[in-house]
Design a protein around this ligand. Structure first.
Ligand code: 5BU
Length: 482
């Protein structure tokens, strides 16, 4: 089958769709590829696999095995493996809870070279994660092959990580073929071209709003906004303050002071204060809580210029969280600039918390983060749940200023991303916590704030260690902006 016939076939079976779609990132896209459907069309599956094989063959690249990015590319890689008698590896998405903690299934030797197989590449994140998992096992990756390259920066990003992307078809070719086959009208083609041109995920984004515009007229748009740019573009007072502190102190570090002793908390915060933009607390684990100690904490926050974030993770109906936030012994709304909540009860929880702040005359001075994703193994804050969280945040921008998450969910500077589960080396603890490095969190996952607890708390020299995290996080931000 020629490439043209294959593309038309993919269109006919709705593996390629045009309309209005919300992508994983929350962005609205006029085009959507859903290659999952090809499992229902074995003839298309074989054709797709053969086209991928030919694309690699033409490049004369050498490899000992193939590995499909889970899940859509798994059957495609299987077809390539069996048709051409090349061994396959399977990457697990979730680590097994029992037996061997393998992330890669299949036989391999350290130093083996593996070819990655993928259905669609946008930013290259999924391919990159698979490369990382293989690399962790000592397997090398030099090349990846993809059926559809959306031309939104994935190829460049992978190249920057030393992986050459071979594409069977680029989105520009898809549009060309479908327009010639009279499946698409000019307007739709133009709409998709404009979208692709203005939604590049890597480095400088070349905006090409209209046909016939020469290179010289093309406007360069930066991918990552600086802290001052984010500050001037966001609306919420708390967020403006936060970006101001991040710029002034050159830090995106939030310290999580998880100790049961207030005396110890105050002592360590005095040391790490200069290096952080936020102090995160779990006030209900403190045994020697007093209003006087809160007063001291607030003084430290002013002295070292950081915000207070009580990680209370509210999760009840509006009426109850309202009291939990303002009443009881902790009176959180009186001292904590930022709080967070699960969305499990629905938007009433946001309303309840917002009204509690309002009743204390603190509207605009208090802000909420929604817990969109978690760092712990096997957590269920994923997929549709995370999407619902993004929707709720967008509908409550007067109070919600961002997310606790594991990667960027929105490019809008009105939403900040804070990521827990950070250490200088990746790993886990014995109770399911999973750690990423500051560089991974900021440059690869495009989050904004690293949250570090035991990495600093358990260090012999918290001040020096906090400075190390500050540097690592800030360097990653600078790298992202450059
Ligand atoms: P650690 O010592 O760096 O593992 O502490 C992480 C902190 O972040 C700790 O206070 C947790 O309660 C908090 N946390 C988290 O680790 N993972 C999550 O998904 C959320 C919060 Br939400």
């Amino acid at each position: 089958m020629s490439l043209e016939s294959l593309v038309v076939k993919l269109y006919e079976i709705e593996a390629v769709k045009f309309g209005n779609f919300t992508l994983k990132s929350g962005i609205q896209s006029p085009v959507y590829f859903d290659l999952r459907v090809i499992v229902s069309y074995p003839d298309v599956m074989v054709e797709v696999s053969e086209h991928l094989w030919k694309a690699v063959e033409a490049s004369k690249t050498e490899f000992a095995s193939v590995c499909g990015v889970p899940y859509t590319a798994l059957p495609i890689a299987t077809c390539m493996s069996t048709a051409h008698n090349v061994p396959m590896l399977i990457r697990r998405k979730e680590m097994k809870d029992y037996g061997t903690k393998k992330m890669i299934e299949g036989h391999f030797k350290k130093g083996d070279v593996c070819l990655i197989v993928e259905d669609v590449v946008t930013s290259g994140t999924s391919v990159s994660e698979t490369v990382q998992t293989l690399n962790n096992e000592g397997i090398k990756v030099k090349d990846a092959v993809v059926l559809l390259n959306r031309e939104q920066g994935g190829e460049q990003r992978l190249a920057s990580e030393g992986v050459t992307l071979h594409s069977v078809c680029k989105i520009s070719q898809v549009l060309d073929i479908l327009e010639k086959a009279k499946k698409l009208d000019r307007d739709t083609v133009q709409r998709v071209q404009d979208f692709i041109a203005s939604n590049n995920t890597f480095g400088n984004n070349i905006k090409r709003p209209a046909d016939g515009m020469g290179d010289a007229q093309q406007k360069k748009v930066k991918k990552v906004l600086t802290y001052p740019e984010r500050q001037s573009q966001c609306k919420h007072e708390v967020l403006k303050r936060l970006y101001g502190i991040m710029e002034e102190k050159k830090t995106n570090l939030c310290f999580s002071g998880d100790t049961t002793s207030f005396a110890e908390l105050l002592e360590v915060v005095e040391k790490v204060g200069p290096y952080i933009c936020i102090l995160k607390t779990h006030i209900d684990i403190i045994t020697d809580f007093t209003a006087e100690n809160i007063h001291k904490l607030k003084n430290l926050a002013s002295k070292h210029n950081f915000l207070l974030f009580e990680d209370r993770k509210f999760a009840d109906i509006g009426n109850t969280v309202k009291k939990q936030y303002s009443e009881g012994i902790y009176k959180i709304s009186e001292w904590s600039d930022i709080i967070n909540a699960h969305i499990i009860p629905g938007p009433g929880i946001i309303e309840g918390l917002k009204s509690a702040a309002g009743e204390k005359g603190l509207t605009g001075k208090r802000a909420l983060l929604l817990i969109a994703e978690m760092s712990s193994k096997g957590n269920v804050a994923t997929g549709e749940y995370t999407k619902a969280c993004v929707k709720m945040a967008e509908e409550n921008q007067d109070f919600v200023v961002g997310y606790i998450c594991q990667s960027q969910l929105s490019k809008d500077p009105n939403f900040i991303h804070m990521t827990p589960g950070v250490k200088l080396v990746e790993g886990t603890d014995s109770l399911g916590q999973q750690y990423l490095t500051p560089k991974e969190v900021i440059t690869k996952r495009n989050s904004d704030i690293i949250i570090v607890g035991r990495g600093i708390m358990n260090s012999d020299d918290p001040a020096t260690t906090a400075a190390t995290y500050q540097q690592a996080g800030y360097d990653a931000y600078l790298e992202q902006c450059s």
